[in-house]
Design a protein around this ligand. Structure first.
Ligand SMILES: Nc1ncnc2c1ncn2[C@@H]1O[C@H](COP(=O)(O)OS(=O)(=O)O)[C@@H](OP(=O)(O)O)[C@H]1O
Ligand SMILES: Nc1ncnc2c1ncn2[C@@H]1O[C@H](COP(=O)(O)OP(=O)(O)O)[C@@H](O)[C@H]1O
Length: 222
């Protein structure tokens, strides 16, 4: 078996700070966490659009999309890679699979951020410990935890994919907020009340935070 202690980290010729100087803003990870249907993807995409309009380099990593490729489930992997591979590397929704999902996404987000990109992630990420472990891989101020605080009653009324209905009917087991835990952040950098405000207002609240922190410049008013 290969020895993973023989792997060496390489510094890149173009440093993070040179990329940030070129782009005119810093790289960071804006980590949206919240229940299914709370509004994570909608806010992340609205914010991405706002940043793009300001010529800021941003990207969105989104739960459902990432679970189609990098973190595909066993069912998706089986056809091309076979049963044994699918069972070993495919990710579902058990606590340990969610942990690995978040670990991989955290690593990818960190690489994006290192490349100077404002990286928006939209995953339920229900466990505090998993989110904290991602935070620990980043430098001070780089990981911005944003709690999308929408009451479950509202999420359940929205239910755009009909998943709450299925979970209530017992057709999905281990659904977050129904029969699986969601651990709300204790001291997130930001809390967004997405049951009360529209996505545009909430995206502006994040931009305001980025400006105050000096991650992006103040918007020009002229
Ligand atoms: N059991 C269970 N619990 C929660 N969510 C479920 C489950 N099964 C499928 N889905 C769908 O998967 C989306 C959540 O994926 P994530 O990668 O964000 O989840 S996690 O962070 O690993 O907990 C989530 O999408 P969002 O609505 O975008 O959050 C659901 O559509
Ligand atoms: N701030 C908001 N106010 C009202 N509806 C919203 C808001 N944010 C999202 N929605 C709606 O709620 C549903 C779930 O949003 P989505 O972004 O997919 O949530 P998540 O990514 O957390 O699962 C969608 O139908 C979306 O249009």
């Amino acid at each position: 078996m290969a020895n993973d202690t023989n792997v060496t980290w390489h510094e890149h010729q173009v440093s993070r700070s040179r990329r940030e100087a070129l782009y005119g803003h810093k790289g960071c990870v804006i980590w949206f966490t919240g229940l299914s249907g709370s509004g994570k993807s909608t806010i992340a995409n609205t914010l991405d659009h706002r940043l793009h309009e300001r010529r800021i380099h941003s990207a969105v990593l989104d739960g459902d999309n990432v679970r189609h490729a990098l973190n595909a489930g066993p069912g998706m992997l089986k056809e091309n890679h076979g049963e044994a591979f699918a069972q070993r590397f495919g990710l579902g929704f058990s606590a340990i699979d969610r942990e690995e999902n978040i670990r991989r996404i955290g690593a990818v987000a960190q690489l994006f951020s290192e490349a100077g990109i404002i990286t928006l992630t939209a995953f339920i990420s229900p466990y505090r410990r998993d989110r904290d472990m991602v935070r620990q891989t980043m430098k001070e101020g780089e990981f911005i935890e944003v709690f999308v605080d929408t009451p479950i009653e509202i999420c359940e009324t929205r239910d755009p994919k009909g998943l709450y209905k299925k979970a209530r009917a017992g057709e999905i087991k281990g659904f977050t907020g129904i029969d699986d835990p969601y651990e709300a952040p204790v001291s997130p950098e930001l809390t967004l009340y997405a049951g009360e405000k529209n996505p545009e207002t909430l995206a502006d609240e994040v931009i305001e935070y980025l400006q105050v922190q000096g991650i992006v410049a103040q918007a020009r008013t002229d």
